[in-house]
Design a binder for this molecule. Structure first.
Ligand code: KG4
Ligand code: ZN
Length: 341
């Protein structure tokens, strides 16, 4: 089955062609980062308009790269939520229009299920069951995964998502959007131990997270340094390192707890923050100690992309699921409500 996947939930237009027999044939992405950077974050209306502009050229590009014709496509998968409503509607309208024109089914995919399944596109995919840490700009969740659509939420952030904490903290320190890669870059030059930030909610039981206090803690530290006349690049790097270490260690502690609680030895990390090298290293070390394994996607499939949507949509289509022709999106959508396949 040849599936065209479209991702438009936020500020990236992602398109891919996935074949159930041959795997991923082609994928293309247009990132709107430069468009939003001057505003310090995503401007929803600009995002929607840009998705409209990019979608068809990207679809033509992946078809050409894969050496396929539109007439060979068996189904269209699109991100139906969660995300920005206008941006989602562009992808949904485009997918439904193409499906109608081509006489093929369309399926709406849950964006976080797409992230969760992205490591399945790698050479050594994880086997069910596993614990998944989903860390994106909008979500921080620990999920027990027993199969596609068999999701049990173990814990989540009570305030900011991990990626959001990176983005907001970076903004407070005058860094560019998106903040995750910027903080990671500065942290590489940071002096270990100069600052130590709290590990929120690790001193009490449970698997929930809270990152908004850490953001305030970082801001206060940065302001104190500046008040004392130190706004050097090195101090910025040292603060970035302390912040990143606090996030990474907090996530690692909660992952260890989730693995213990479930008795599982496989951990999947997915979403934009799973591209973070320091997080990957900390989790690799923890899983090596537990004699388990950690799985993640290649960096460009950690952040938003069309390949994960084509893959997830294909699995649901193969199980006989698809949606009607209505252009319906769900800006807020719990993954636990998804049907099992
Ligand atoms: O999954 P994603 O592309 O979009 C959402 O679904 O939200 O995640 C984007 C988030 C942003 O907050 C970005 O700052 C963060 O992922 N991110 C990173 C890194 N690369 C992207 N955070 C930390 N380290 C990175 N290397
Ligand atoms: Zn995402």
């Amino acid at each position: 089955m040849l599936v065209l996947g479209l991702e438009t939930s936020c500020d990236e237009t992602g398109v891919a062609l996935y074949d159930s027999e041959q795997g991923l044939l082609a994928d293309a992405l247009f990132s709107q980062i430069d468009l939003h950077r001057v505003y310090g974050g995503v401007v929803p209306e600009l995002a929607s308009r840009d998705h409209v502009k990019r979608m068809l050229p990207l679809i033509r590009q992946v078809l050409a790269e894969a050496g396929r014709e539109a007439g060979q496509i068996d189904a269209v998968a699109y991100t139906a939520g969660p995300g920005l409503v206008g941006a989602l509607l562009v992808g949904a309208s485009c997918a439904q229009a193409l499906a109608l024109a081509w006489g093929v089914p369309a399926v709406g995919v849950h964006h976080m299920e797409g992230h969760l399944l992205a490591p399945m596109l790698e050479a050594q995919p994880p086997a069910f069951p596993f614990v998944a840490l989903l860390v994106s700009g909008g979500h921080t969740q620990l999920v027990r995964v027993d199969g596609i659509g068999c999701y049990e939420l173990l814990g989540e952030s009570v305030d900011d998502a991990a990626g959001e904490a990176f983005d907001k903290t970076a903004k407070l320190m005058g860094l560019r959007y998106p903040g995750g890669p910027e903080i990671a870059r500065l942290a590489e030059q940071g002096t270990p131990g100069r600052f130590v930030f709290p590990r929120p909610m690790t001193d009490r039981p449970g698997l929930d997270f809270s990152f908004s206090g850490l953001k305030t803690f970082t801001l206060n530290t940065w302001q104190q340094c500046r008040d004392a006349g130190d706004d050097s690049e090195q101090t910025r790097c040292d603060i970035a390192l302390a912040f990143q270490q606090a996030v990474v260690e907090t996530l690692t502690i909660k992952c260890r707890r989730a693995l213990k609680q479930t008795g599982l030895k496989s951990l999947v990390i997915a979403g934009g923050v799973s591209a973070n090298q320091s997080l990957r290293q900390a989790l690799e070390a923890m899983l090596a100690e537990l004699k388990g394994q950690v799985f993640y996607a290649r960096p460009r499939f950690c952040t938003d992309n069309g390949a994960m949507i084509a893959y997830a949509g294909c699995q649901r289509l193969l199980a006989g699921q698809h949606d009607g022709p209505a252009i319906a999106v769900q800006p807020r959508w719990s993954m636990e409500t998804l049907p099992a396949i």
